[in-house]
Write a protein that binds this ligand. Sequence first.
Ligand code: SAM
Length: 173
Amino acid sequence: MKRVCILRLGHRPFRDKRVTTHVGLAARAFGADGMYLAADDPGVAGSLRDVTARWGGDFFVEDGISWKTCVRSWKERGGTVVHLTMYGLPLGKVIGEIRGKEQILVVVGAEKVPGEMYGLADYNVSVTSQPHSEVSGTAVFLDHLFEGAELDRTYPDAELRIEPSRDGKRTVP
Ligand code: SAM
């Protein structure tokens, strides 16, 4: 079964709470199975778990992770490591090959990514060769990986579900 997880690098607990939470929210909503956070931030991990408890599914969050150990053990287990960076190969050129892999770890950074990451990655992939953000990079990458199928995903055991509406805000129950 395909498994796709995110590794968030470079999170600074005093500055990046919101962006890292949004990386996790985008990862969950666009079909990833979970997120490893290479920092100790129980607040971010807790708020993402809270969203999963209310909105369903089994998206996991593990904080306090060593990024290098995470990347190395993913590779040792035969998985593929994809590092999103504006310096990488264009998404459209490599996504077909990546789609064929079963276990995919998608690495996203913050301000500075350690140089070593570029060598450890199986693929350094750019989502355009322009600077934007870890949130947009995650969302666009996953959407291309799943070819839009994630848009129709359902989330089991949800306490809350949206009843799509043309003219208002409806949730069930
Ligand atoms: N100098 C960084 C870089 O190498 O992409 C930009 C830092 S950006 C604030 C934080 C993260 O957003 C990056 O580590 C990368 O994961 C993601 N990102 C930003 N622009 C991207 C792009 N065009 N393609 C893929 N990922 C991107």
